[in-house]
Design a protein around this ligand. Structure first.
Ligand SMILES: CC(=O)N[C@H](C=O)[C@@H](O)[C@H](O)[C@H](O)COP(=O)(O)O
Length: 233
């Protein structure tokens, strides 16, 4: 029998509920309320950052959780679940899947992706590899992760920098990889989310377009300003 988790999320929308310290919605039970709204709106899963948010989301909804801990270490650009310390914290909190940076960038303290994946798999923990290129996707699959997500395309210097989701990477990954491929990153409209599924994504993760009102407001504000400048001319 296949993994029930992947059956449950097949063809569904996962909502990323995150607000960092410098964001207006950070703190309290705000992300739990976001997760409840996502649940009521038809999401089939949540992606969340930090033990605090994960614990409060678990009190509010029973949706399965992809957990991460974003932590900056001085010597590294790797910030999504960078080291064993964050992996252990997430395993103690209990999440359905741990997502981690699976790019080529060196990790803090000389730790390696391979070691972290082996640690989790030995303990029966599902792992999602956040990748930015096909090479990283293939490597992550070869070391035994359970699924990959296109999360980091556009966030490494060697991946395409674009406003749109990386449909090309998604499509190539779906063609070449046997484990589930999740579409994630800059999916800003329902049409783009649907397109990811048409390309063969197992599920999609949408964050900012649903749970970051400051960014959503900025998009409207820019459009309105440009329209009113056009009128004035
Ligand atoms: C690059 C990075 O740090 N991505 C983070 C990963 O957890 C989140 O900040 C994103 O919100 C998430 O990936 C969903 O993407 P978007 O918000 O574009 O829908």
């Amino acid at each position: 029998m296949g993994d029930l988790y992947f059956e449950k999320i097949r063809g569904g929308l996962i909502v990323s509920c995150q607000a960092l310290e410098d964001e207006p919605l950070h703190g309290g039970d705000t992300m739990a309320k976001m997760a409840l709204a996502a649940d009521q709106g038809g999401a089939i899963g949540i992606r969340a950052n930090s033990v605090h948010d994960i614990t409060s989301i678990k009190r509010t909804t029973r949706l399965p959780i992809i957990g991460i801990i974003k932590r900056d270490y001085d010597d590294s650009g790797v910030y999504i679940t960078p080291t064993l310390r964050e992996v252990r914290e997430l395993m103690d909190a209990g999440v359905d899947v741990i997502a981690l940076d699976a790019t080529r960038s060196p990790r803090p303290h000389g730790e390696t992706l391979e070691e972290l994946v082996a640690y989790m798999k030995e303990r029966g923990q599902r792992v999602m590899a956040d990748i930015s290129t096909m090479e990283e996707a293939l490597y992550a699959e070869s070391i035994g992760v359970d699924c990959i997500s296109t999360t980091l395309s556009g966030y490494t210097p060697y991946s395409p920098q674009q406003k749109e989701p990386d449909f090309k990477l998604l499509q190539e990954a779906v063609r070449s990889i046997r484990i589930p491929v999740i579409g994630e990153g800059r999916i800003n409209t329902p049409e783009q989310a649907a397109h990811c599924l048409k390309l063969g994504a197992h599920a999609v993760v949408v964050g900012s377009a649903i749970t970051r009102p400051k960014l959503i407001t900025e998009r409207f504000a820019v459009a309105v300003r440009e329209a009113s400048d056009g009128e004035a001319r």
